[in-house]
Design a protein around this ligand. Structure first.
Ligand SMILES: [Zn+2]
Length: 323
């Protein structure tokens, strides 16, 4: 499932967190080293007799590394939602994607990264964590790869706006949108512009995790040899970040090292879309340099930066929006 030569170690794989979509849970047999697989339903039934064991297995996935657990919107029961905004002054909404990220990364790479970071940010800022939005808009140059699911940008803008509108209707006046995917920037900002005016006292903050890891920051860390510090779709930086949370899903031996994306601007940001990228393999960069250990350091920098941003934002309520 993972490649030792690519620095994704067995220890990394064991660190991986439990997810709701797993059909099976593993319980270590009391009598030895063998792992016993039982169905989730069986685990629930077993839990009637062994609640301690099942609690440990099921709730392990919810813990951020600091041991805390975020409050998850989808776990509110019934009328709990009616007064939730009074208890949690901040709502946190992660945006992901389903997109081909090279032969070595899962389709949900962006969703995995941003869900992992959002969970920790929610714990540290005491925000209410919304489920991630995963069916989103993908650029034309990844749309023709198998597995990419792309929703039209105008549909996405309206969809994001409706989700945000409903969060505001619940009573939230502060929403932090954590973005894990480039294609969400346009529709996300469009949606924010649409709803920000509707609730007079609302403030919506939008930030993309990788933007806290500038080329300069990456160069100073010296993790990757690339001139751009490891950035690029499915490249070593992003692959490492996926491995920080799900090393079991990385297949480094399926991908060879490629040239890094060309620097067209000398480091300044720009936006370029093409109908197709001829001969492109769907990822870029020296992916063999990826590792879960590097990824854990990188997502922690992003997490810390986002927490600092939220704290500054909340303590400067008089500040106008960005312009
Ligand atoms: Zn991505």
């Amino acid at each position: 499932m993972y490649h030792e030569g690519g620095h994704i170690t067995k220890a990394d794989a064991r660190r991986r967190t439990w997810t709701n979509c797993e059909a099976y849970v593993n319980l270590r047999a009391i009598s030895g080293e063998n792992m016993t697989q039982i169905s989730r339903r069986s685990a629930l039934v077993t839990g009637l007799a062994l609640p301690g064991i099942v609690d440990a297995v099921y709730h392990g996935h919810q813990s951020a590394d600091d041991g805390g657990k975020p409050k998850r919107f989808e776990e509110l029961v019934g009328f709990e939602a009616a007064d939730v905004a009074a208890k949690y002054s901040l709502a946190i909404l992660p945006l992901g994607s389903l997109e081909f990220h090279g032969p070595h990364n899962p389709l949900g790479s962006d969703s995995i990264i941003i869900s992992g970071i959002a969970e920790r940010v929610a714990v540290r800022t005491k925000g209410l964590l919304m489920p991630p939005i995963t069916f989103t808009q993908c650029p034309a140059h990844t749309a023709h790869f198998p597995g990419t699911i792309s929703v039209r940008p105008e549909v996405m803008t309206m969809y994001f706006a409706d989700v945000l509108r409903n969060i505001l209707h619940l009573g939230f006046r502060r929403v932090f949108i954590l973005n894990g995917h480039d294609g969400n920037i346009g529709p996300g900002r469009g949606a924010i512009a649409e709803v920000a005016d509707e609730a007079k006292d609302a403030a919506l903050l939008f930030a993309s995790w990788w933007e806290f890891l500038s080329t300069e920051t990456m160069k100073s860390l010296g993790m990757f040899q690339q001139a751009n510090g490891g950035h690029g779709h499915g490249g070593p930086l992003e692959t490492s970040a996926v491995a920080a949370f799900r090393p079991d899903l990385i297949l480094l031996d399926k991908a060879k090292d490629l040239p890094e994306p060309p620097d067209l601007s000398g480091g300044s940001p720009y936006f370029l879309q093409k109908s197709s990228a001829k001969d492109w393999l769907g990822y870029s960069g020296h992916v063999s340099e990826a590792s879960a250990e590097k990824g854990r350091k990188l997502v922690k920098i992003s997490e810390d930066s986002m927490v600092k941003l939220v704290e500054s934002w909340l303590s400067h309520s008089e500040a106008p929006g960005s312009w």
